[in-house]
Design a binder for this molecule. Structure first.
Ligand code: PMP
Length: 461
């Protein structure tokens, strides 16, 4: 590949280090430079348009040209560009945002703490849970359980919950801390046993969780973290009854439920929260991404009053709650998030998701008739497909082949951006504002990409 030395591509290769990227390969291929966006589309520096089939990184719910968010940022920047939230300082956008969030949050959530990213929200949750258990006089109660294929960010603590080798462990010598455990991900398609019904699968997973808590000693287990729909681990939608059984066990052993709503929050599953869709009553909630439609970085850690009261007493004993970030509760980001929530209400975004989701899910399920697709699963406007070599046996392709990445590359050529995920899956998660016609176009392009990939894949005989 020869690039003009002053091209964006050449300068990116010269100066930029990219996350989740094969850096040597990148030196050969260069970046896809996105220069503009309108609605659900983005444009590259060659002027080619793409449907953003993953809403960036599951986040640009209102698409790429929402002027009201630009205006909200401009207004707040002119008025008061920065104050922090340390030592009791606050700002109007932070107060209004917290009030609005608590107004829509799942019960029994009552308070909001602001940070800048999903990872920070998770990390702060872990720290505050340990602080909370110490405050309760239960210093042994520190272990945290997550599920395999979870994605809970990549900080040193959160990275221990994000179990997938593809994301955190490879090359980093994790895990280091002995406080993290994992149970099976609730994918009946992939982990259901021969002859096992879905209900039996749910019972087995609930039992696995209970046995783990008992083996570790309930007095050592502090919390369970779960995405209502596991997103970056391959879009795993839990079977019916799964969270009901899980919650009963957690209650029995005084284990906190942390709902990681970083992807599911704000309409993605057809309700405000994944917790609403799956009947979860969380002790803590992490949220980010669609909180501001990703126009500015902001995330929240939301907590129940019972949890807050323990923190408040302990901070009075110790003199402070010793966690905070310079930009946590940034007033401009908070103003944009507040405007985002107002738009969801005034534009009836959740109702829109409910109205178009049947079309999305119908087109998604239709993909199961494609020879490469073992399972197509989804809820609301989030979907995933699992690529297989043999549909009858569910056998997967050799991982070296990166079959899902090949499909994603073919889709890109057809003007559709998607993302390969672990377990040879592909995530589909368009902006929430997508219309039915655009859903059809998205799936037409995805089918074309799958057909192209079929031609080059070594299928089972
Ligand atoms: N939790 C979940 C469920 C996520 O999907 C992500 C990011 N994809 C995170 C946490 C981490 O968020 P961030 O990348 O903003 O740190």
């Amino acid at each position: 590949m020869t690039l003009a030395p002053n091209s964006l591509q050449a300068r990116d290769i010269a100066y930029t280090v990219h996350p989740y990227t094969n850096l040597r390969q990148h030196e050969q291929q260069g970046p896809l430079v996105i220069t503009g966006g309108k609605g659900i589309y983005v444009t590259d520096d060659d002027g080619k348009d793409y449907i953003e089939g993953l809403a960036g990184l599951w986040c640009t719910s209102l698409g790429f040209s929402e002027k009201r968010l630009v205006e909200a940022a401009r207004r707040q920047m002119e008025r008061m560009p920065y104050t922090h939230t340390f030592a009791g300082r606050s700002s109007e956008p932070v107060i209004e945002l917290a009030e609005k969030l608590i107004g829509i949050a799942p019960a029994p959530i009552r308070k909001a703490y602001f940070v800048n990213s999903g990872s920070e929200a998770i990390d702060t949750a872990i720290k505050l849970i340990w602080y909370y258990q110490n405050a309760r006089g239960l210093p042994q109660k520190k272990k945290i359980i997550a599920r395999q294929r979870a994605y809970h960010g990549i900080t040193l603590a959160g990275g221990h919950l994000t179990a997938s080798l593809a994301y955190t462990s490879s090359g980093f010598d994790l895990p280091m801390m002995d406080r993290f455990r994992h149970v099976t991900a609730p994918s009946y398609y992939r982990y259901g046993l021969e002859g096992e019904s879905e209900a039996q699968f749910v019972d087995r997973l609930a039992d696995e969780l209970e046995q783990l808590i008992l083996a570790e000693g309930p007095e050592t287990v502090a919390a369970f973290f779960a995405e209502p729909v596991q997103g970056a681990g391959g879009v795993i939608v839990p079977p019916k009854g799964y969270f009901e059984k899980v919650q009963a066990i957690l209650k029995k052993y005084d284990v906190l439920f942390v709902a990681d709503e970083v992807i599911c929050g704000f309409g993605r599953t057809g309700n405000w929260w994944g917790c609403n869709t799956f009947d979860i009553a969380p002790d803590l909630v992490t949220c980010a991404k669609q909180l501001s439609s990703a126009y500015l970085p902001i995330a929240g850690l939301l907590m129940s009053d019972a949890f807050y009261q323990v923190l408040a007493d302990q901070s009075a004993n110790l003199g402070t709650l010793g966690v905070g970030y310079t930009y946590g509760g940034h007033p401009v980001a908070a103003a944009v998030a507040l405007e985002t929530l107002k738009i969801y209400e005034s534009d009836h975004t959740i109702e829109h998701v409910q109205a178009v989701a049947p079309r999305f899910l119908e087109r998604l399920r239709r993909l199961e008739s494609h020879p490469l697709v073992g399972e197509a699963r989804g809820v609301g406007l989030i979907g995933g497909i699992e690529i297989v070599k043999d549909k009858a046996t569910k056998e997967q392709f050799d991982q070296q082949l990166k079959a899902n990445a090949q499909v994603v590359a073919k889709c890109l050529a057809h003007g559709l951006i998607l993302r390969p995920l672990p377990g040879d899956t592909i995530g589909i998660c368009p902006p929430l504002i997508i219309s039915e016609q655009e859903i059809d176009l998205l799936f037409d392009r995805l089918e074309a990409g799958l057909d192209d990939a079929l031609g080059v894949m070594p299928m089972a005989a």
